[in-house]
Design a protein around this ligand. Structure first.
Ligand code: GLY
Length: 349
């Protein structure tokens, strides 16, 4: 079993092993003192793994209360947050009890946020069932719901008590959801280079346990250095500033991973224009993304994207802090004057 220890405001382990879904009860039992376990999941994941995880928790001595929510981003909302909180209260969960988030990023973020504020904070365990959640959202303690005004606008930093990742769950993902997660994996490869780049060389032979563990280790280092996202953790936004704009512009018809993929290519093209790297990096990025079934061309022009981007929450005054690659494994935080952006964008999209 691969173990990544995270030392943030609380310490916890991320365990990655095939078949781990059948051990979550015994593992959690050693960690958590309480009797009750609220299992929060969504319809698709529930049909696949809900009974199995509930039984496993029950066999380890937990009294399990399961809440099944609709699948999809619309579940990451204030109304569903209220539903989770009322569910926890109706089953009288106490501060020694715990929440188990079984699902992708939506369930992890929502159940995590509910755990952050219910009784002013109870423990929660992340059991990610998508690649994106395994390599990114389940680790690092960012929890949130969306508001009318945008994604993740209400949330809290609340680290999980543990993350149990079973890479066998990847086998039940649609190719689309799977390649969504690949975009985040490739993001880590562009940020940190080797050994991840070599691990991604042959998609058909990829060792996903090793890849997930490597991505989590990279994220762990960033979270330990900058838990509250004011420094090095911002590098995880590579491809996201432009990616979010594409996502928003498509009214979320284009998935997060696809948009991040296009955002990474635009970041590489911006780097070329700013003299940070040569064209070869754009070709290398495109090749890697295409190998994992991801799109590399934005359907929207630069002027349209700029409009949306300039309302991004990561903007500081008249500058936009972009994460730009100088080479594989070598990225920089590059403040760009907003007034220079129209001309720059006109040259690349
Ligand atoms: N998903 C980016 C972060 O956790 O900071």
């Amino acid at each position: 079993m691969a173990t990544v220890k995270v030392k943030a405001s609380t310490e916890y382990e991320v365990l990655v092993e095939e078949g781990l879904l059948d051990r979550v009860g015994t593992l959690a039992r050693k960690l958590l003192p309480g009797k009750a376990a609220a299992l929060i999941t969504e319809e698709r994941v529930n049909a696949l793994y809900g009974d199995r995880v509930e039984q496993n928790l029950a066999e380890a001595g937990f009294t399990v209360f399961r809440l099944v929510l609709p699948e999809g981003e619309q579940t990451k909302c204030l109304a569903c947050l209220g539903e989770v909180l009322e569910f926890l209260a109706s089953h009288k969960l106490t501060r020694t009890d715990a929440v188990f988030a079984l699902g992708g990023g939506v369930i992890g973020d929502l159940a995590g946020f509910a755990s952050a504020i219910y009784l002013r904070g109870i423990r929660f365990v992340q059991i990610p069932t998508t690649l994106l959640a395994a390599v990114d959202s389940s680790v690092g303690g960012k929890t949130a719901v969306d508001l009318e005004g945008g994604k993740n606008l209400a949330g809290a930093f609340h680290q999980p008590a543990a993350v149990y990742c079973d890479p066998l769950v990847l086998k039940t993902l649609s190719p689309e959801i799977f390649s969504d997660g690949c975009a985040e994996v490739i993001k880590y490869a562009v940020l940190k280079g080797e050994p991840l780049l070599s691990m991604l060389e042959s998609p058909k032979e990829a060792d996903w346990t090793a890849i997930i563990t490597q991505c989590v280790s990279i994220k762990r280092d960033m979270v330990e250095e900058d838990e509250f996202d004011i420094g090095v953790r911002m590098f995880l936004n590579l491809g996201h500033t432009v990616g979010h704009a594409i996502e928003k512009r498509s009214a979320f018809a284009l998935s997060h991973g696809k948009c991040v993929a296009m955002g990474m290519v635009i970041a590489a093209k911006l780097s070329v224009k700013l003299g940070l790297c040569g064209e070869a990096l754009v070709r290398e990025t495109v090749k890697l993304l295409e190998a994992y079934g991801l799109p590399t061309e934005s359907p929207y022009g630069g002027d349209v994207l700029l409009d949306t981007m300039l309302s991004d929450k990561k903007r500081a005054g008249d500058t936009l802090r972009l994460i730009l690659p100088r080479g594989m494994g070598d990225c920089v935080l590059y403040p760009v004057d907003v007034k220079d952006l129209p001309d720059l964008f006109a040259q690349i999209i």
